[in-house]
Design a protein around this ligand. Structure first.
Ligand code: GLY
Length: 550
């Protein structure tokens, strides 16, 4: 009798475990359209990768600031216990050259790497989604692209925040007197009104019906190549026909009892977050320093100086340069790197080395399916609305990702960015990125899926989200909304931060010699799996939506 009762309770426990995990999935998305479409795909039996592909295409319609088919990004996949990193970063055109943004005196020409199609790298997004689908998808490609076709063709209601971003961008272009065609396409998008994109719908239909070839060959490729010729751009039919997304091995490291899977070069982010987390562990004087205290912020700022110095010196496209990846994240190296950090005094910036800065408009989403597969995807046009140029007849915005190269090593670009030789322009090279899609595993299972937009601040958002959840036990919603801060060597001793840092902490930091810059950054969408219960959190300042499916 006793044995029978035990057996029944074991069967019950096992089936309720199965029930808990088989009933759940979650998405954390930068807008409602992508969230709803991704949930529909999961409910139709699609896996996390299917839902991510749908979300990526939907965002190209409904979040034109950063969602795209004319840009690129990184997708980190954990599926059936295996890991994959789909690198769909843009590449420099074949005719690009190191000094293409310099004048005859060797000075950087303002805005040339930022506005107009001369600033565009070869788009990687469609190839990336295609590769992800070939390797990991389960539903038909057409099913996954159709929601984007519908939203472009039938229109969507414009969120007030999108309408205001569009208005601000159009005014900025007018003030700068820049000849971009953005307003021709987007001035009709009014707050809370329906907005249709007829040309984009046709491009999406070609992608739906012909897959990757519907973008890189045929009519879409003709439209891009013609547009380039008319506007002095470099991307040719050959650039498009030869573009390939790459499957790379994610960086994987044990930290604090967890396994962190993160982004390898050409992302700088994976190496950077691991350096940050490991040096924090090595230097933090007690088991837990109070969250966002003076000591916490100073220690992490000091680490940031070293992380960004390494980034400028060593990181770039691994197909072109030798990145000492293992060395940069090894415990011995990080112990050496952290040894001169003092807990009560700022170190001298000039003695450390230079760093890069990047644009902050990008977007990120996270998906977990009922089988425990996960996708962390960050995608970008670089600046908000990219190059400001919409391909005539094809209706999509082209990126200005070439600005993520260093236009001239050692010299600041228009955003004050300093770059190293490792990231100088070469034909077909991928530009260095800070995008850091990351997945944290506990005992082989998904524990956390995280990532953010924000240029170089992405790295701070990601490592702080991990500290928030693991060290400070925050829920997904608390973790994305906790005030964050960022320091990256230059500007000297400046800590950028969100609202919400305590006044006494700010006073103490100022007394130490820091300058504080209160400006928001990032837009986090994360999923946490605690005791087989999924939590999804989208940052309240954005227009995101997080849904757990029960
Ligand atoms: N364009 C921003 C990044 O790739 O980091």
């Amino acid at each position: 009798m006793k044995f029978k009762a035990l057996l029944i309770s074991l069967v019950f426990a096992y089936s309720s475990l199965l029930f808990a995990s088989s009933q759940q999935g979650a998405v954390a998305m930068p807008d409602t359209y992508s969230a709803n479409a991704a949930v529909q795909i999961l409910k139709q039996g699609g896996n996390a990768i299917d839902a991510a592909i749908t979300a990526q295409f939907v965002l190209a319609v409904t979040l034109p600031e950063a969602g795209n088919i004319g840009g690129g990004g990184f997708m980190l996949v954990h599926k059936d216990g295996q890991d994959d990193f789909i690198d769909y970063r843009e590449k420099a055109p074949i005719t690009a050259s190191r000094d293409m943004y310099l004048d005859q005196k060797g000075e950087v020409i303002p805005y040339k790497s930022v506005y107009g199609v001369f600033s565009s790298g070869i788009p990687g997004t469609v190839a990336g989604m295609w590769l992800a689908h070939q390797k990991h998808g389960s539903l038909p490609w057409k099913t996954l692209v159709q929601p984007a076709v519908d939203l472009a063709e039938q229109g969507f209601i414009v969120h007030p925040k999108l309408a205001s971003n569009i208005n601000r961008y159009i005014k900025r272009m007018e003030n700068k007197d820049l000849a971009v065609n953005f307003a021709e396409y987007f001035s009709k998008a009014k707050s809370n009104e329906l907005f249709k994109q007829v040309e984009l719908a046709k491009t999406m239909i070609r992608i739906r019906d012909h897959g990757m070839q519907g973008f890189y060959q045929g009519k879409t490729a003709d439209l891009i190549a013609d547009f380039m010729k008319k506007n002095d751009g470099l991307i040719s039919h050959k650039d498009l026909a030869t573009y390939q997304a790459k499957s790379r091995i994610p960086i994987s490291a044990n930290w604090n009892g967890y396994k962190i899977l993160t982004s390898p070069p050409p992302s700088s982010g994976g190496i950077a977050i691991l350096q940050w987390l490991e040096m924090y562990q090595l230097k933090s004087p007690t088991k837990q320093v109070a969250h966002n205290s003076t000591l916490y912020m100073h220690l992490l700022a000091e680490i940031g100086k070293r992380v960004f110095a390494d980034r400028a010196e060593y990181l770039g496209d691994p197909d072109f340069i030798n990145v000492p990846q293992q060395q940069l994240i090894s415990e011995n190296y990080l112990a050496f790197r952290a040894k001169d950090i003092t807990l009560n005094k700022i170190s001298i910036t000039e003695k450390i080395q230079t760093s890069l800065v990047e644009s902050e408009e990008t977007t990120h989403f996270s998906v977990v399916d009922k089988w425990g597969n996960a996708v962390s995807n960050t995608t970008t046009l670089n600046l908000g609305f990219g190059s400001g140029m919409v391909v005539t007849g094809a209706g999509f915005i082209l990126n200005n990702e070439m600005d993520d190269f260093s236009a001239k090593p050692g010299v600041a670009n228009v955003f004050g960015a300093l770059g190293g030789v490792a990231n100088e322009i070469q034909p077909q090279k991928r530009m260095l990125s800070s995008m850091t899609p990351t997945i944290v595993l506990k005992d082989g299972n998904i524990f956390m899926v995280t990532g953010s937009p924000g240029g170089t601040t992405i790295i701070s958002s990601v490592y702080q989200s991990i500290l928030n959840v693991i060290e400070y036990d925050m829920t997904a919603t608390q973790a994305v909304n906790a005030p964050r801060f960022h320091h990256q060597l230059w500007p000297k001793n400046v800590i950028r931060h969100h609202n919400g840092i305590r006044n006494d902490v700010k006073t103490e930091l100022k007394t130490m010699g820091y300058e504080l810059d209160n400006r928001r950054f990032g837009d986090m969408h994360i999923i946490v799996n605690r005791n087989d219960q999924l939590e999804a959190g989208s940052e309240a300042s954005g227009r995101g939506k997080a849904i757990v499916i029960h």
